[in-house]
Design a binder for this molecule. Structure first.
Ligand code: PEP
Length: 264
């Protein structure tokens, strides 16, 4: 089990990535008040021992402190679900990456499709957020993914690779999460062949965009991962772990997915 809590991290958190252990990340979205969030974090932390993957959870902003109190010093990394590009300023309702680091976060999701779709976030904006996250010492989890119409039209790989090139900042040392929008929360997943093809295309895009450093960027799969399909999806080449939504709200399901992770 890799220690992921920020205070335990070596100066370059990516030394963890080089160990090639898979990362199982739980996106709790806009769910759970502080009490239930802390209880879920406690259950996840209690089940973390003996796993051979990294674990991270991403509660809503208001539950970060409660969850941080539970996870402090332990193996489960704390993350947030969004950050602002600026360090401070007149941005009502926003939260700076440096504030998340100050609150005990080690990671932040940027560019989730729900932010792109519900808040009009662009890849250029996501790139700025990912750079701000890195500057604050956070591991940025940059989300990309196509709509069902885009896949049906045969444009999925081209559009996702363009999202990667436009969303990932120069010098990137974070994580990319491939999340087909049509698979999020629907119970539907791409075939393992489709996941392999897309992760291969994303890897090629990262190499074009970042040079040799693109080889080391972890690529997660996300979209309706559950205990039944996790082993198959996590066995696909170049799948570096999973970003889990609905199933991450149930500690037993989340830990069962983590138990399916590949050994590093
Ligand atoms: C997500 O939204 O990041 C996600 C993967 O959701 P779900 O697992 O519920 O499809």
């Amino acid at each position: 089990m890799v220690l992921f809590f920020k205070k335990e991290l070596p100066s370059n958190p990516l030394s963890l990535r080089r160990k090639m252990q898979q990362l199982i990340a739980g996106n709790w979205k806009m769910n759970l008040l502080r009490g239930p969030a802390a209880a879920l974090a406690r259950d996840v932390a209690a089940g973390a021992a003996g796993l051979h993957c990294g674990l991270a959870v991403f509660p809503t902003f208001t539950a970060l402190a409660a969850v941080q109190a539970v996870l402090r010093g332990g193996p489960v990394m704390l993350g947030a679900q969004d950050c602002h590009v600026a360090v401070s300023g007149a941005f009502t309702g926003d939260v700076a990456a440096v504030m998340l680091a100050d609150a005990g976060c080690g990671a932040v999701i940027v560019g989730h499709s729900e932010r792109r779709q519900c808040h009009g976030e662009t890849s250029a904006g996501v790139q700025g957020k990912a750079a701000a996250a890195a500057a604050a010492g956070l591991l940025a989890v940059v989300c990309v993914g196509e709509t069902e119409a885009e896949r049906d039209a045969g444009h999925a790989e081209r559009l996702v690779c363009r999202q990667v090139a436009e969303s990932v900042p120069a010098g990137f040392s974070g994580v990319v999460a491939y999340e087909p929008i049509w698979a999020i929360g629907t119970g539907r997943t791409p075939t393992q062949q489709d996941v392999a093809a897309m992760h291969g295309a994303i890897r090629a895009a990262l190499l074009r965009h970042l040079g040799p450093d693109g080889a080391g960027v972890r690529i997660l799969y996300g979209g309706s991962v559950n205990p039944e399909n996790a082993a198959g999806l996590l066995a696909v080449p170049d799948v570096g772990g999973a970003l889990v939504g609905g199933a991450s709200l149930d500690a037993q399901k989340f830990l069962a997915i983590a138990a399916a992770a590949q050994r590093g």
